[in-house]
Design a protein around this ligand. Sequence first.
Ligand SMILES: C[S@@+](CC[C@H](N)C(=O)[O-])C[C@H]1O[C@@H](n2cnc3c(N)ncnc32)[C@H](O)[C@@H]1O
Length: 331
Amino acid sequence: MVSSLRPVPSPIPSLTQKSAPSAHISLHLRPRLRVVAGARTSDDYHATLKALNSKGRSPRKSLGQHYMLDSAINEELISAAGVKDGDIVLEIGPGTGSLTNVLIDAGATVLAIEKDPHMAVLVRERFENINRLKVLQEDFLKCHIRHHIHSLLEGGSMSNANPSYAKVVANIPFNISTDIVKLLLPMGDIFSQVVLLLQEETALRLVEASSKSSEYRPINVFINFYSDPQYKFKVPRSNFFPQPNVDAAVVAFKLKQAADYPPVSSTKSFFSMVNSAFSGKRKMLRKSLQHLRSSLEIEKALENIGLPNTSRPQDLTLEDFVMLHDSITKV
Ligand SMILES: C[S@@+](CC[C@H](N)C(=O)[O-])C[C@H]1O[C@@H](n2cnc3c(N)ncnc32)[C@H](O)[C@@H]1O
């Protein structure tokens, strides 16, 4: 099913076009060298435009609709997740169905959740004879995803194989990508792999920022708590229609299971402490955590774990935060 070598008419940019260097990637976070640019024109280019034209639909900015034009990139996405025959895969935002098509071709059973009712109809029509695909017209951020995936894993009628875990592979709207990451990563009981196409700058911030870097935030502690993230490759903006103002990148999160989470007495109190620690980024922890314990007690807790009593949040690794939380809750 993969691409034939047909010329791409204007005004859609050539899929082989190199993108401009990313000017906004900040400070310590620099893009990796590996870039997957569409090396050929793709059936997806034609399928996408045909599908959009047939419905008279213009892409909606509010829904982050930037459609992938190259099935070669979709294939790289599913290979990053190791999708194989019989896998159960959640796709968020199938749009015109270009990634869905590659997932179905790989033998996966696909649950696709699409917010736009027109695109949900379009993708249902495109794959009307495929019984390994279920399309739900719902807002992913509000749907009962655990319930839907459980029924597939428990051997619902759609699936002939019954893997223990499902996978997520999706080209998601950039404007809700952090919300999606926050929702999915603590679901290591149902998902083993989450592979997402994100805005490149977001991908770098989420995956590369570590303690000591100025980009380090509570979300980085959260991500490393629940997963082992890996930046996979860059996808230049010229591979999407309409072309966004930024490049994209693929990130693979290998989800941990609960038994492998760092040992904290309560995740709620742990992340609440981490958020407070970052509330005044330039502030020393003995000040920003004062509502939990006295300055003296925080200083003592920091010293107990081998850190200077003047430490700021960006000085602490995930393991340091775990020890600090343990020490503070015991003081
Ligand atoms: C970046 S496009 C990707 C489309 C398609 N997967 C592709 O690769 O061409 C994002 C898709 O997510 C859908 N979407 C936006 N917000 C959503 C939400 N909250 N829940 C589910 N789908 C959403 C959009 O309508 C759109 O189809």
